[in-house]
Design a binder for this molecule. Structure first.
Ligand SMILES: [Zn+2]
Length: 319
């Protein structure tokens, strides 16, 4: 079964990378093009009225854990899996079509993450609310955690948020999610199986008017050795791929201090790989699985290498 998938994946890659046509197209819709040309929209500063009651009353939990009892030393983490908005927040004042665009979530990331979790037999933590409600991959006090503007689109319900409303999102979504990740990591550390953390994201092929041509990208800060090994394996297996290294952004800047990858991996001294798939390549379940397979094959050598886990002074989690 694996062989069939692998073959299919390779065919797709060859099809997509043997020519330069694989580079993403410019946005087709007039709307999207217009959005890109516009300067950052002004945001009204009138504080929003504080919300009463619980944000998630009668709503799904902020996260779910799949394959909880997976046996491998590892954990798959998908911070941007969903574009769901709690009903009380009324789609954040946006049209649903905007929520479903890249600003609301990482298209294809959940499908890829679940496949990786299943093939490697690792638990997966999957976020269940949009990054526009609260971005789990930013520090809680950083401006992009509840952004007022994203890719030049104003987020009306995030303009002038009160401290109380911010705390509500943090207490009901952000902290429960990160606590769940910490608990799953701690369980493996306690069982003397320090996990390899696999952070699964996807990136839009165009942002702020710039094209982002990479097919797949690996990002790192401290864990360069692991990341380079994954990149090398990807290159050897798929010479036609354009592989990003710390693209389309780097993890080292202030923007990522306190992010999910810093909090759970960098700060705890745990091995990790952060992958970014290009969204137009993973926008169906079938395509997401094909690209997940490509990534899985590149991670296997790291997972098998005892050096990945050796000589690590693992620190305790902070939440
Ligand atoms: Zn993401």
């Amino acid at each position: 079964m694996m062989k069939t998938k692998k073959t299919a994946a390779k065919k797709t890659v060859a099809k997509k990378t043997g020519q330069k046509k694989a580079a993403p197209k410019k946005p087709a819709s007039k709307n999207a093009a217009a959005q890109q040309k516009k300067p950052a929209a002004k945001v009204k500063t009138t504080p929003a009225a504080p919300m009463r009651g619980k944000l998630l009353a009668a709503e799904p939990a902020p996260y779910r854990v799949e394959n909880r009892n997976g046996k491998a030393a590892g954990l798959v983490i998908c911070d941007h899996a969903s574009f769901r908005v709690p009903r009380k927040l009324k789609d954040l004042g946006l049209k649903k079509t905007f929520l479903k665009r890249h600003i609301g979530w990482d298209i294809g990331a959940e499908e890829a993450a679940l496949h990786i979790s299943s093939v490697f037999d690792m638990p997966a933590v999957v976020a269940q609310y949009s990054r526009l409600v609260v971005d789990l991959n930013r520090a809680p006090d950083y401006c992009e955690c509840m952004p007022e503007v994203s890719d030049n689109i104003k987020i009306p319900a995030n303009a002038g948020l009160s401290k109380k409303d911010k705390e509500k999102r943090l207490n009901e979504i952000y902290w429960p999610y990160h606590k769940a990740v910490t608990r799953l990591i701690d369980r493996q550390v306690a069982a003397k199986k320090p996990p390899l953390l696999l952070f699964v994201h996807s990136f839009t092929p165009h942002m702020d008017g710039e094209l982002r041509p990479w097919h797949i990208s690996v990002l790192w800060k401290k864990e360069e050795k692991i990341a380079k090994k994954v990149v090398q394996t990807l290159r050897a297996a798929h010479p036609g791929l354009l592989i990003g290294e710390n693209n389309p952004y780097a993890l080292s800047g202030e923007r990522f201090a306190g992010s999910s990858v810093w909090r759970h991996a960098e700060d705890r001294n745990l091995p990790y790989v952060l992958v970014e798939f290009r969204q137009d390549l993973v926008d169906t379940q079938e395509k997401a699985i094909e690209w997940a397979e490509i990534f899985i094959d590149a991670v296997r050598p790291v997972l098998r290498d005892p050096e990945t886990f050796a000589d690590r002074k693992i620190k305790s989690g902070k939440n």
